[in-house]
Write a protein that binds this ligand. Structure first.
Ligand SMILES: C[S@@+](CC[C@H](N)C(=O)[O-])C[C@H]1O[C@@H](n2cnc3c(N)ncnc32)[C@H](O)[C@@H]1O
Length: 488
């Protein structure tokens, strides 16, 4: 990548051209933007026929179209030669082509640029991926960015940083950020991403936790190379660890506590194998055995082996290749021999604790209101609040219903009583729960005034039931309602 003295001029050039997410969107318009999201460049090429520097940068980097040399010189004054010398551009007599992508990116408050390899598969082109390919911002990157707890913290680790996107986010709320990778191209790109955005990131070379041996963090955010592929197949470093099965994720779980400060979180995006005859929760629960970690593991999706193989062969640019069928068949053979009958996709949020750990392993394929990070942090707070609280103490507490909780009733039109009542959260994990009359009354009356025990006593008298029995029966329900966030 370019030498230090060219970073500021590059930043200035990108700023002067207003090379930002919003400006590019405005230039392309809805249709071309959506088409680009489908990897189709034609509408965007048509939308960038003008001769402004912004159009030049979009063509050069996002659309992978060669631009006239004088246009490149205008958009990147004094930088064409240094960028070419650094292997970022290719210059011929009168044309310039980008060999890497410099991509506008941002959050609500910032405009950033991320340096990565050019998007593969534009306009239906298919070619096997280069093993050292450095991924840009993928759906998985965005998922992890939204899962990550954004509370101020002292030290954070972005393990497997790639283009450096997670480190960029972490640098906004964490004092010291360490980012690691094993791919030298990724390390160079992550360094340039950080420098271009004036983010202080300590980028280190090495595998998994090796570069941070003996160090601890308040937050670890990782989108690791989690693809479950057969041994002996070509390792694409952006997605394959080379470790068998899902053992890279297991390794991260089993070594997280040693690298966390008390109360620190490790958040992992992952795939895991479903083995024949074994509950996935038992497999993953086993990884947590003996670890001083609270854990909330959410399975977001399960796919069958064939769908999984198709997805990753296409991702590798191998759809339609001569050995496509042979690779597909071999991958399925291997899944069969390993007893893998499905693959789970999901999120692991682990927190180091000195207390008895609480584990929640569940499937939620329903809607999630993003960002989900605050919901994960709030779950941790509720775990702390509930820990060590016996039923009597719990019923002595006051609760309020979650701020945006809605109640849905269903039944025959005009009937006095509903047949079913469901309460539904509108934020984070938008879970729903069918409740009975007592639970509905309890949630409805929870306004932070009366304790849950007092509300249950009032309901007992209203419904003609025994108050002690109602307290006994519904104490676990109160615990669930709090733990799941319906009551806060
Ligand atoms: C899926 S990409 C994630 C990139 C980026 N963090 C993001 O969120 O988009 C996984 C990254 O892990 C890196 N990687 C692969 N094997 C690794 C290892 N053994 N230790 C550390 N990083 C590794 C890859 O080079 C790649 O950059």
């Amino acid at each position: 990548m370019i030498a230090d003295q060219h970073v500021q001029p590059l930043r200035d050039a990108l700023t002067r051209a207003d090379f930002t997410v919003d400006a590019v969107y405005a230039l392309l318009g809805d249709d071309a933007h959506r088409a680009l999201g489908r990897n189709q460049t034609t509408p965007a090429v048509r939308a960038t026929r003008g001769d402004g520097d912004l159009a030049t940068l979009v063509r050069l980097f996002a659309l992978q179209v060669p631009v006239a040399r004088d246009r490149a010189e205008s958009a990147l004054p004094g930088l064409v030669e240094p960028l070419a010398a650094a292997g970022m551009l290719e210059v011929s007599a009168d044309e310039v082509r980008a060999l890497v992508d410099v991509r506008p990116y941002g959050d609500e408050e910032h405009d950033w640029w991320v340096v990565c390899d050019p998007t593969s598969g534009l306009d239906g082109r298919s070619a096997p991926m280069d093993p050292s390919y450095v991924l840009g911002i993928s759906e998985a990157s965005s998922s992890l960015a939204q899962l990550t707890i954004r509370r101020p913290a002292g030290r954070a680790l972005d393990l497997g940083t790639g283009c450096g996107v997670q480190a960029l986010h972490l640098a906004q709320h964490v004092g010291e950020v360490v980012a690691t990778d094993v791919n030298p191209r990724a390390l160079a790109m992550a360094r340039l991403t950080a420098a271009l955005n004036e983010a202080a990131v300590d980028v280190r070379d090495g595998s998994l936790f090796d570069p941070v041996a003996g160090e601890t963090f308040d937050l670890i955010a990782t989108n690791p190379p989690f693809v479950i592929s057969p041994p002996g197949s070509q390792v694409l470093v952006y997605r394959d660890s080379g470790m068998p099965g899902d053992s890279v994720v297991r390794h991260l779980v089993e070594n997280a506590a040693a690298h966390l400060n008390d109360g620190g979180w490790c958040q992992i995006l992952a795939n895991w194998a479903h083995h024949r005859g074994i509950d996935w929760q038992d497999d993953l629960g086993g990884w947590l055995d003996g670890q001083p970690l609270d854990a909330w593991i959410l399975q977001r999706e399960v796919v069958d082996p064939a769908a999984y193989v198709e997805m990753w062969l296409a991702d590798a640019g191998l759809a339609g290749s001569d050995d496509y069928v042979a690779r597909y068949d071999a991958w399925l053979d291997w899944f069969e021999s390993e007893g893998i009958e499905a693959i789970g996709f999901g999120w692991l949020s682990l927190r180091k604790t000195a207390a008895t750990p609480v584990h929640r392993l569940e499937e939620w394929t329903g809607e999630i209101a993003q960002p989900v990070g605050p919901t994960i942090a709030a779950w941790g707070d509720r775990v702390d609040a509930l820990r060590g609280l016996d039923d009597a103490a719990l019923l002595d507490r006051t609760f309020r219903q979650a701020i945006d909780l809605v109640e849905e009733t269903r039944g025959a039109a005009g009937a006095d009583d509903p047949e079913s009542i469901v309460i539904r959260l509108q934020h984070g994990v938008r879970r729903a729960r069918q409740v009975d009359t007592v639970e509905a009354g309890l949630v409805g009356a929870s306004d932070g005034d009366l304790t849950s025990g007092q509300i249950l006593d009032a309901l007992a008298s209203l419904l003609g039931r025994d108050a002690a029995e109602l307290r006994r029966t519904y104490a676990p329900t109160v615990r669930d309602l709090v733990s799941e966030g319906y009551l806060v």
